[in-house]
Design a binder for this molecule. Sequence first.
Ligand code: MG
Ligand code: MG
Length: 311
Amino acid sequence: MLLLDLTAESTLPPVGRLQARAAGAYLGLAVGDALGATVEFLIPREIQEQYGVHRELIGGGWLKLRKGQVTDDTEMSLALGKAILGARAVAAEPIAVAFSSWMKSKPVDIGNTVRRGIAHYRQTGETQVPESENDAGNGACMRSLPIALFTLGADAEAVATANRIQSHTTHHNALGDAGTFTVIRMVQSALTGGTRSDLKALAEALVEHEPKYRYDRRRMENPGGFLVETLKAVFQSLFATDCFEGALIDVVNRGGDADTTGAILGMIAGALYGPEEIPKRWIAALDQKMADACTAQAGALIALSPQCRGE
Ligand code: MG
Ligand code: MG
């Protein structure tokens, strides 16, 4: 495991601080995935009846998970990150190959759009799917953390291009691209010291550009797999709370696609609040191999970023 003194963050040099925040984002993603998966597809009233407030990593759920087990959200992120590290670039072919071999590993869960995109690659050799109205699902956003880490410090256009390359292997939709790009920028802002209001400004800019993402009206409960619904729930929870634990509990108890709202909120909040704010009981409950893989990959990806290479 990559050794990080998570308790002495403020005394670490800037690169060490970045490494710690990057690990926080990755562990936040995994913890959010594992916490939310227990209540995925339940509605808030069912969660309330079964758990009161759902706040522990206990596994179960419709996927019958082991305690602390993650799902496709974390696994696809690791597959994407591995492809980027292997190529030392965000390149479509290695990403498509990585996703295809991940699908072959018989994952515990896989989204329909992801399955279709990988099948398209296997059948045609094309690494990008055609643009589709139906591709604004959250499956490209949930795995976007490696892009945020690897492109930290790059200009916005380069980040947007990298995002499109990874997203379009399975999801090709402008509304989806805009939402995912915003999540990546929020993580990058948080990694480099951005505050909750800086992140809010990024969410507002998204709403300005794509008004469907407007999140300040009705409380989003039972968010589905449509990225607009997912991000409305994530933004509402993130901006209505002031700590990692509170934000994550708030979002997963909305039910619906709870592992994915948990994963996306977890990566943003992990970067924002830092790894030391992730409850120890959650880190301890995570599958240890998975936690080590997340921490190691976070460190490797951020080390290759323009920010860390001084470019
Ligand atoms: Mg999942
Ligand atoms: Mg999900």
